[in-house]
Ligand binder design. Structure first.
Ligand code: NAD
Length: 512
């Protein structure tokens, strides 16, 4: 890897090397013009500095945009199937490096190894899918209204694209953006979240090793206001894709609109899982635990509201809480651990503050609620899995995104009441229903106001070849994954070829 190393702090009696990662601009590893850096620390043991990154600014963004603009002149002319072959090779490289990259990811953001392997796997899946798209990029060919005239539409790349990503899926989400963008012939600047740049470096390193030429992908690390803002404002950048909070989405959307950029916003969620009286309860309990506490609840699709019909409400709670109490919390590098830490101190404080808010509002806490900071936990940002019951759907704990291992259980009368509670919310990313009644399942597919609905599975677990995104405050109508990403990263050009050898006037030259 094209980074320097220096000796890092002694940890647990041993020594470790801390990587110093530079920006990746025009195929070169370069320091920020600011001369400043920041640390990426392990949230399970904050004594460990995983890597040091450049704290970049507008001048670094300008240099990366210039490089991407120069690279675009050549890259757009490389046939799409050839571009796609490089992405296919990157998938093969990632398979070889999967375990190392999963370990890096667990160290930089805390989720357990099984999940970080899944995150790398998602990038591999996205690479195979988008490699295939390089041989399609279909457009319509239609009959012309006029004789001796040919009509079709072709997809063209947009140009220089900016990507701003969050920390919770630090390789998967960059792959959803970078891979379709480059297969479509665009060039990119990516700004990873400041908590997790290393996983983006690992992905881009695989693409570079697979033959993606210099300047096609550039990485500029740093903070939202110092890198994300100039990237969003830059007039040469023609598309911005952000995955992050709805608050940041509003700012990025408004800024991008000033220069008429394509803008894709994938934002927050407050995802409901409905459990009806006829559900397979054991399955629903297992799904709810995975949906609520997987990735320490730090998924945009996390199950944060479980809406349970009255006939099974008490039984569901009894078993759900008993199981939640047994979840093993710890360092995600330990294969027996089921839930890692919060990503950083701020997120832990947010989690704890929502626990206090819920208690004040009158929700009943029946599990967890405490920071874990003794013994093996003393150097990390750990929290117990936390369950509130008898939650009123209007409470803040049932309306606002916590982004932590805190779940609200809400009683409901029937299916209609459950759907009403599920939909009465600002967000609309994922949703789920557990029932054995096929009529109710299909009615829920129709009526749940969300971009994703699962039947008899929790709210998490999207696959790369279907559209991913949500409605209302979760986004602005674009989708990642599948054909939605290809639509976002291309412009349509309609092409008419008149081979009549005379002037034909559409809509005017027509026989009466
Ligand atoms: P965040 O909004 O704080 O940050 C996201 C990215 O935006 C980071 O890279 C950050 O540096 C950057 N940023 C911050 N301010 C900016 C600004 N003014 N201009 C440009 N960029 C700026 O989110 P986060 O804490 O990294 O991630 C958690 C959030 O992401 C949650 O709300 C979660 O629901 C959401 N998320 C959504 C999806 C989805 O697909 N819908 C997926 C994962 C996460």
């Amino acid at each position: 890897m094209a980074t320097d190393t220096l000796t890092g702090p002694a940890i647990l009696g041993g020594t470790t090397k801390t990587r110093v990662c530079k920006n990746f601009i025009d195929g070169e590893w370069v320091e920020s013009v600011s001369g400043n850096t920041f640390e990426d620390r392990n949230p399970a043991d904050t004594r460990e500095v995983v890597a040091i990154f450049q704290r970049s600014n507008k001048a670094d963004v300008d240099a990366a945009v210039d490089a991407a603009k120069r690279a675009f002149a050549k890259w757009r002319l490389v046939p799409a199937p050839r571009r796609a072959e490089m992405v296919f090779r990157a998938a093969e490289i990632l398979i070889e490096r999967k375990e190392d990259h999963a370990r890096d990811m667990t160290r930089e953001m805390g989720k357990v190894l099984k999940e970080t392997r899944g995150d790398v796997q998602e990038a591999i899946d996205a690479a195979y899918y988008n490699a295939g798209e390089g041989r399609r990029l279909f457009g319509p060919t239609v009959p012309s209204e006029l004789p001796n005239k040919f009509a079709m539409a072709v997809r063209q790349p947009i140009g220089v694209c900016g990507m701003i990503t969050p920390w919770n899926f630090p390789m998967a989400i960059p792959s959803w953006k970078l891979l379709p963008a480059i297969v479509c012939g665009n060039t990119c600047i990516i700004k990873p979240a400041q908590d997790t740049p290393l996983s983006t470096f690992n992905l881009v390193q695989a693409l570079t090793d697979a033959g993606v030429p210099k300047g096609v992908i550039n990485i500029v690390t740093g903070f939202g206001s110092e890198v994300g803002t100039p990237l969003t404002e830059h007039p040469t950048v023609r598309a911005i894709s952000l995955t992050g909070s709805s608050a940041v989405g509003k700012i990025v959307g408004a800024t991008a609109a000033q220069s008429f950029k394509h803008c894709s916003l994938e934002l927050g969620g407050k995802n409901p899982m409905i459990v009806l009286d006829d559900a397979n309860l054991e399955l629903a309990i297992e799904g709810g635990l995975w949906g609520a506490f997987g990735t320490t609840g730090q998924r945009c699709t996390a199950t944060s509201r479980i809406i349970v019909q009255k006939g099974v409400y008490r039984e569901f709670i009894e078993h759900f809480v008993a199981r939640a109490k047994k979840i093993k919390v710890g360092n995600g590098l330990d294969e027996t651990v089921e839930m890692g830490p919060a990503v950083n101190e701020n997120q832990l404080k947010t989690d704890l503050s929502y626990i206090e808010i819920a208690k004040t509002e009158g929700a009943k806490m029946v599990c967890g609620g405490n920071r874990l900071d003794k013994g093996e936990y003393q150097h990390g940002w750990f929290l117990e899995p936390t369950v509130f019951i008898d939650v009123d759907p209007k409470m803040r704990i049932a309306q606002e995104e916590v982004f932590g291992p805190v779940v609200s259980i809400i009683p409901c009368d029937d299916m209609a009441n459950a759907i009403e509670i599920a939909n009465n919310i600002e967000y609309g990313l994922s949703s789920a229903i557990y029932t054995k009644d096929v009529n109710k399942a299909f009615a829920a597919v129709r009526d749940l106001d969300a971009g994703i609905t699962y039947i008899n599975a929790p709210t998490i677990g999207a696959e790369v070849h279907l559209p991913f995104g949500g409605v209302k405050a979760t986004g602005n109508g674009h989708r990642e994954g599948g054909i939605g990403a290809i639509d976002f990263y291309t412009e349509w050009k309609a092409v008419y070829v008149d081979y009549s050898d005379k002037l034909q006037k559409a809509q005017i030259d027509r026989p009466e």
